[in-house]
Design a protein around this ligand. Structure first.
Ligand SMILES: C[S@@+](CC[C@H](N)C(=O)[O-])C[C@H]1O[C@@H](n2cnc3c(N)ncnc32)[C@H](O)[C@@H]1O
Length: 197
């Protein structure tokens, strides 16, 4: 169900969101965090059939979760393995006084996907393969971790129940099991909705 607009002290828009980030993340924001306009479409595609427990796989500073939580009454969980980003995310969630989202500190390999009924994925593991373009040095990144995270995600998605929705933003989609069918995408192909058969 769509939320009726609530007036917050800080209006939710790109400029104000960026202002809540430390300097190095302001610079990285465009490349690593979902634009609000894209997050709104993703949240709609994930939850248009009913309210859900949505998991953002690699939540960063919580931008997708916050966009979704502002947009409708589903609950948006994020899992993020960089502790500093988790702290920033939950501070921003408090700034916007949102009660239907939280970002948890942990690695995706610790998560049982059966606890959720929709998923969002913005190319979280690619950093392991790119040596000159990393968010920060807080976690170890390497090629074998890329394969490990990708396989875990694929296995877990494959266990979800029929009708489970997944939205991907960019990425090579190698972690999507064959049991998920692509249903629609934006004109440029960057945002895709998949449904488990
Ligand atoms: C491209 S950013 C997307 C952030 C957020 N989903 C958004 O759309 O604004 C990917 C995030 O995934 C996190 N990440 C990557 N691998 C992870 C893992 N194995 N467990 C938890 N978080 C991970 C990274 O630290 C990074 O913050």
């Amino acid at each position: 169900m769509l939320k009726s607009p609530v007036k917050h002290k800080v209006e939710f828009n790109e400029e104000n969101f960026k202002a809540l980030l430390p300097g190095y993340l302001k610079k990285a924001s465009k490349q690593f965090f979902t634009p609000i306009s894209i997050g709104q479409i993703a949240a709609q595609w994930l939850t248009e059939d009913k309210n859900k427990s949505v998991l953002d796989i690699g939540a960063g500073v919580g931008k997708f979760c916050i966009t979704g939580a502002k947009y409708n009454n589903s609950f948006y969980f994020g899992i993020e393995y960089r502790k500093s980003l988790v702290t920033i995310a939950n501070n921003i969630i408090s700034t916007y006084e949102l009660t239907n989202t939280t970002v948890l500190h942990g690695n995706i390999v610790e998560i049982d996907f059966m606890n959720f009924d929709a998923f969002y994925l913005f190319n979280p593991f690619y950093e392991n393969l790119s040596f000159d373009n990393r968010l920060n040095n807080e976690v170890e990144l390497n090629g074998s971790r890329y394969g490990y995270y990708l396989k875990h995600t694929e296995n877990q998605l494959d266990k979800t129940k029929s009708g489970t929705r997944l939205v991907t933003y960019h990425g090579n989609n190698f972690e999507i099991p064959e049991s998920f069918k692509r249903i629609k995408q934006t004109e440029d192909g960057s945002l895709k909705l998949w449904i488990k058969q």
